[in-house]
Design a protein around this ligand. Structure first.
Ligand code: HPA
Ligand code: ZN
Length: 347
């Protein structure tokens, strides 16, 4: 059992989140409101119904439901609404800094123009800073399955909109098996040329070879998930040596049956091996979680100590794509706040 003090420590410690999908973070009440705005039928009527509906068998079946949630997003105002929800949620959980994925391929399929999406992200991000003091940046994700030429065009569009919408990086998501990272090398080469940060989902549905592929073909600076690296000793040694961070999403991995239960999850083994691990919530309402709950579940299952939690939270700022000056400031504030929090809670 987690003591009330340890629970408070997890709730109140400053955390950065680096792996969270905008379209997968729509709260059921907002989803129902958006569906109402546009006269769209959902397979559930209320929040309880949504909770019962969000049960998954695997990644690919989940992606079908993710696309269904995307179906409620049409206008800039819709994208602003969900961005601001995520800012408010960040403030509630003491997440002063959040890097958030969005995946335009899902919006292209419904003919929602890039400009509508960008307008909503830009105004939502501004509101989050003003209203909640939350700093938010976006990572434009390439759906692995899209045509490589389309992925190159996405990077070009991200470059045109990077200032207005706060786009710092390029990522890769969706169906992992059958669509190797190397397919999208051209888009990542362009991203490198344009000075974008680069990440990729890998080692979630597929094994360590998929992580190697993302590292070698795309030159990514972080791996999203990456948990199946545990099956390759050489890869673990490489991750330890380079300190390339993993953005691990423990509750997501259980929800999508990557591991049967939390006790089988490799997060503690990755930490103990010296990999730079961060905890993240992926698509929190769809996985019945939030960032605090992900920390709580890992703490409970692996009996983490206060210092382990502090390390995980500090890692989240270290692994972020902030400018050096900004990172130094966040880390200094983090040190002071954690020292104060420990005195207050643990004497
Ligand atoms: N994996 C791949 N694609 C995704 C995920 C994920 O966990 N969440 C949303 N899109
Ligand atoms: Zn993800």
């Amino acid at each position: 059992m987690i003591s009330p003090q340890l629970k408070q420590f997890i709730e109140r410690i400053p955390k950065a989140e680096l792996h969270c999908h905008l379209e997968g973070s729509i709260q059921p009440r907002t989803l129902i409101e958006l569906a109402g705005r546009h006269g769209i039928e959902l397979p559930f009527e209320d929040e309880q119904g949504a909770k019962a509906f969000y049960e998954f068998t695997d990644l690919n079946q989940f992606l079908g439901i993710f696309a269904l949630a995307c179906g409620t997003l049409k206008t800039a105002a819709d994208f602003e609404t969900i961005t601001v929800d995520l800012g408010e949620d960040a403030a509630r959980q003491n997440i002063p800094y959040r890097e958030v994925f969005f995946t335009q391929a899902y919006h292209d399929r419904r003919d929602v123009p890039w400009q509508q999406v960008i307008e909503g992200l830009a105004s939502g991000r501004r509101i989050n800073k003003e209203r909640f003091g939350v700093e938010m940046w976006f990572i434009a994700d390439i759906d692995r399955t899209i045509d490589p030429q389309e992925a190159v065009r996405l990077v070009e569009k991200a470059h045109e909109s990077r200032e207005v919408a706060g786009i710092i990086g390029i990522g890769l998501d969706s169906q992992e098996i059958g669509y190797p990272a190397s397919r999208q090398k051209a888009a990542y080469d362009l991203a490198t040329e344009l000075g974008f940060k680069k990440v990729a989902h890998a080692g979630e549905d597929a094994g360590p070879e998929s992580v190697w592929d993302a590292l070698k073909s795309l030159g990514v600076q972080r791996i999203d998930h990456g948990v199946r690296s545990i099956d390759d000793e050489q890869l673990i040694a490489h991750l330890v040596e380079t300190q390339i961070p993993l953005t691990v999403c423990p509750v997501s991995n259980i929800a999508l049956k990557v591991y049967p239960q939390m006790s089988a999850h490799p997060i503690k083994r990755l930490m103990d091996a010296g990999v730079l691990v961060t905890i993240n919530s992926d698509d929190p309402p769809m996985f019945h979680t939030d960032l605090v709950n992900d920390y709580l579940q890992v703490t409970e299952t692996f009996d983490l100590a206060v210092d382990d939690i502090e390390t995980l939270a500090r890692n989240s700022f270290e692994a972020s794509f902030m400018q050096a000056e900004s990172k130094a400031k966040y880390l200094a504030d983090f040190g002071a706040e954690v020292a104060q929090l420990k005195r207050e809670l643990f004497g």
